[in-house]
Write a protein that binds this ligand. Structure first.
Ligand SMILES: CC(C)(COP(=O)(O)OP(=O)(O)OC[C@H]1O[C@@H](n2cnc3c(N)ncnc32)[C@H](O)[C@@H]1OP(=O)(O)O)[C@@H](O)C(=O)NCCC(=O)NCCS
Length: 174
């Protein structure tokens, strides 16, 4: 149905449309300044590629692989960010994996499948369980996590914003 392809300097079809749809971000999945013209699409993709290399990362960041989610035609319908391991900040909020699906491609099971595939990639990196965090009001994402075997560990409320998010763990198949 869909497959994941790690970002590379070769731009896949539909990437600009995906980034236009993402804009400045949505419900915890960070956006880009490509739609406003402040960043070129080539620079953005290069930044995604560079984040896999621990030697060039800013302090406080962990290596991250960006995957495009491609449909049967090879068009990008979504995007996955996979953090290779957790630091203290991600352990509280952010977790290992974030995903975004283009609005006109939602409710087709793409995110559910994208998370399933991302969990396989995370296992290949040596992790044995995955942390997913999700805003309490993000019902579709909660469904995606629970359908992939997520078990709820805690609900955390930010004292500054009053907003709550759930922390789920998923055991990874050996
Ligand atoms: C969350 C998101 C990735 C889901 O993508 P998707 O491809 O539509 O998800 P799927 O089709 O795989 O599954 C969505 C699930 O939510 C359910 N759902 C969708 N909209 C819903 C709604 N408004 N209320 C309740 N459930 C809803 C679907 O029925 C499905 O559950 P099911 O399989 O049990 O029937 C997408 O909405 C998105 O990109 N949101 C913005 C970014 C984001 O929030 N990312 C997650 C945090 S990083």
């Amino acid at each position: 149905m869909i497959r994941l392809e790690a970002a590379s300097p070769v731009l896949p079809p539909g990437l600009r449309e995906l980034l236009d749809d993402l804009g400045s971000g949505e419900t915890g999945f960070g956006g880009t300044t490509v739609p406003t013209g402040e960043t070129t699409i080539e620079d953005f993709v290069q930044q995604c590629c560079d984040m896999t290399d621990p030697s060039t990362l800013q302090s406080g960041l962990v290596p991250q692989t960006t995957f495009w989610a491609l449909d049967a035609d090879g068009t990008v319908v979504g995007m996955v960010r996979l953090r290779h391991y957790l630091n203290d900040k991600l352990r509280l909020q952010g977790g290992h994996i974030g995903y975004f699906i283009r609005r006109d491609q939602r409710s087709k099971g793409y995110a559910k499948e994208a998370l399933r595939l991302a969990l396989i990639e995370l296992r290949k990196l040596g992790e044995t369980r995955a942390l997913l965090t999700v805003d309490l009001r993000n019902i579709p994402s909660i469904r995606v996590i629970e359908r992939n075997g997520g078990h709820l560990e805690s609900t955390v409320t930010d004292p500054d914003t009053g907003r709550s998010h759930r922390r789920y763990w998923i055991d990874l198949e050996p």
